[in-house]
Write a protein that binds this ligand. Structure first.
Ligand SMILES: C[S@@+](CC[C@H](N)C(=O)[O-])C[C@H]1O[C@@H](n2cnc3c(N)ncnc32)[C@H](O)[C@@H]1O
Length: 280
């Protein structure tokens, strides 16, 4: 690979082309004010590809040959910040949902949870640990978590399920002991790998929320938190009825702390506590 000089700034035309592409491919809305962030996140891609400037990059990423690069672009531009037991009240509600469905599960019923926009996996693992805390024999039942994200890199990370000390904030000592295998890496830093009994409850997969959803059967709980905040109103509005359709009549949709459905009743949802919605 050639390493080219990449000192050229992101020009207006390339910004527009990249922003339009990101919007079309993933729903991400990139405003002009984010231009320097985009520039710094994409500069390494120019280097890897040996391209001179953003005009060349934007031409390449839009071309037929740029199909793989479009994934790299989305991966570079998405924000993957997440942590274990983020907005913990949702995990308490998840425990209540499990309690309410326990009799059904014992009779062989199915219960499904979806972490939509799961990033590095902490949300899905937090859900699995919450379920196991309430029901250590969860694996015996038809109880599974689907965890999806548009970004293949975070899905690969999530599948590995290995977290450094810094990423373990929010996981208490008893939970670390119960659900993770700890080891020291070559630098002597502690690494925590999620135990197989937790991983086995989860299926990680790539999925763009803007594409068709191939899943059959409905969900008891959908976590789609801190994802739609990066979408414009039109994209958000197109997702709400799809989530409603994907939920059981007694299901729950959880959004992030700064996300709201503007008129839930108009869509068929009612509000059920902060950032939590249920079918009407
Ligand atoms: C800030 S993280 C949120 C992670 C987690 N849900 C949480 O609340 O901690 C947002 C995630 O949404 C994903 N994302 C963005 N656009 C998406 C799309 N169109 N389809 C699926 N995932 C998307 C990103 O790749 C990123 O991992």
């Amino acid at each position: 690979m050639t390493t080219a000089s990449c000192d050229h700034p992101l020009d207006r035309r390339s910004f527009r082309a990249i922003a339009d592409l990101a919007y079309r491919e993933s729903g991400l809305t990139l405003v002009k004010e984010k231009s320097s962030m985009i520039q710094s996140r994409l500069r390494p891609r120019l280097k890897v590809l040996g391209l001179r400037d953003f005009a060349q990059y934007s031409a390449f990423v839009q071309s037929d040959a740029g199909e793989d690069e479009r994934k790299q672009l989305i991966s570079a531009l998405t924000t993957n910040v997440t942590h274990f037991f983020r907005e913990s009240h949702h995990f308490a509600t998840l425990g209540n949902v499990l309690d309410a469905r326990m009799d059904d599960l014992r009779k062989g019923a199915r219960m499904r949870i979806w972490s939509a926009g799961c990033s590095n996996g902490q949300e899905a693992y937090s859900a699995a640990i919450s379920l196991l805390e309430r029901c250590p024999e969860a694996a015996q039942y038809d109880l599974r978590i689907l965890a999806t994200d548009i970004d293949p890199q975070v899905i690969a990370f999530a599948r590995r399920g290995k977290y450094g000390e810094r990423l373990m904030a929010g996981v208490s000592e008893p939970l670390r002991d119960g659900y993770f295998d700890a080891e020291r890496d070559r630098k002597g830093e502690r690494q925590f790998t999620v135990k197989p009994e937790v991983k086995n409850l989860i299926h990680f997969n790539e999925l763009n929320l803007l594409s068709a959803w191939p899943m059959r059967g409905s969900f008891d709980v959908i976590f789609c938190r801190n994802v739609v905040i990066y979408f414009d109103v039109a994209t958000q509005t197109s997702l709400w009825p799809r989530f409603l359709k994907a939920l059981r009549p007694t299901g729950h949709l959880f959004l992030g702390h700064s996300e709201r459905i503007a008129t839930p009743e108009a869509i068929g949802f009612c509000s059920d506590g902060p950032t939590s919605y249920r079918p009407l």
